[in-house]
Design a protein around this ligand. Structure first.
Ligand code: G3P
Ligand code: CA
Length: 289
């Protein structure tokens, strides 16, 4: 209840209830007016992050929205992985000793396909692989899911925006039906701008907490501003909502919220979505509020 009262207050401050929910905000507002819950790196508290098992786990728990990270191999294949190195989430040190620091960009797709990306998390996931973007897109499609795709470390991969869009198009994700369930985000404003300029119909998000004074500039090419939850306040969320992006009023998804109390608090700020490793925990918190 507290969350809804504070959210309503935030809307009143701006003088319109439409600030919280706009009819065109299918990519932002959650079911029944609750914030959208997005499974971060898949349901990554319960399955190894950025694997097909993690998006399957999100689907199994009933979460259509998944967030994942895309990078590029030495031979130009797009793969789904968070770190710029394979070290933390695979057995690359054992399979390729002497190749430190095991950067994604220094390995071919065939080499990466040999790695175990599940055992570090749990023996139950031994044999999980680093998916290619193509494999990943097909799984998300099979699961009827929605995709918040982060272009990770774009400075390492010149042209990755165009390549990612091409692959999304090849997999049928740039048609009208799929565009409704696709958001491309990055910590790099240049990357977000590039995506928007290449495919203006794609919903985009800028990761970070830009000063309010920068929002008019960013709103030319981003539809959402997605800050860390620690940076949030009612006034910041309201300030973001006061601007209009290329397609609609600016929205805001926050990350990475993994406990009930924080989920309720940020919901009270009037945010549009919560990116979480524990989507079940966040959903239960929002529904019980
Ligand atoms: O979607 C927000 C979040 O993924 C950004 O942080 O480091 O987990 O990619 P990171
Ligand atoms: Ca990410």
């Amino acid at each position: 209840m507290y969350a809804r009262v504070v959210a309503a207050t935030a809307a009143a401050v701006l003088g319109t209830a439409a600030v919280l929910l706009s009819p065109a905000s299918h990519a932002r507002a959650g079911e029944g007016g609750l914030p959208t819950v997005i499974a971060h790196r898949g349901a990554s508290a319960y399955a190894p992050e950025n694997t097909l098992a993690a998006v399957d786990k999100a689907a199994e728990l009933g979460f259509p929205w998944v967030e994942n990270d895309v990078q590029r191999t030495k031979d130009g294949e797009l793969v789904v992985l968070h770190d710029d190195s394979l070290q933390r989430t695979t057995d690359v040190e054992d399979v390729f000793p002497g190749r430190a620091p095991w950067k994604v960009k220094d390995f071919t797709a065939a080499e990466i396909a040999r790695l175990d990306a599940g055992s570090w998390f749990s023996p139950a996931y031994a044999g999980a692989h680093v998916p290619t973007l193509k494999q990943y897109m097909r799984r998300v499609e099979r699961n009827h899911q929605k995709l918040l795709l982060e272009i990770k470390n774009p400075e390492l991969y010149p042209g990755i925006e165009q390549q990612t869009l091409k692959q999304l198009g090849n997999e049928g994700w740039l048609d009208h039906r799929h565009l409704r369930r696709l958001i491309v985000q990055s910590f790099s404003a240049d990357s977000v701008r590039a995506v928007h300029e290449l495919k203006p119909a794609v919903t985009t998000a800028y990761l970070g907490t830009p000063p309010v004074a920068d929002l008019p500039r960013l709103a030319h090419f981003t539809d959402l501003v997605n800050p860390s939850y620690g940076d949030l306040s009612v006034s910041y969320v309201s300030a973001v909502h006061a601007f209009r992006g290329p397609h609609r009023r600016l929205g805001l998804f926050t990350w990475t919220v993994n406990d009930a109390a924080t989920a309720r608090r940020v919901a009270g700020y009037g945010i549009d979505g919560i990116i979480t490793n524990k989507p079940d925990v966040v959903r239960a918190a929002l529904e019980s509020d």
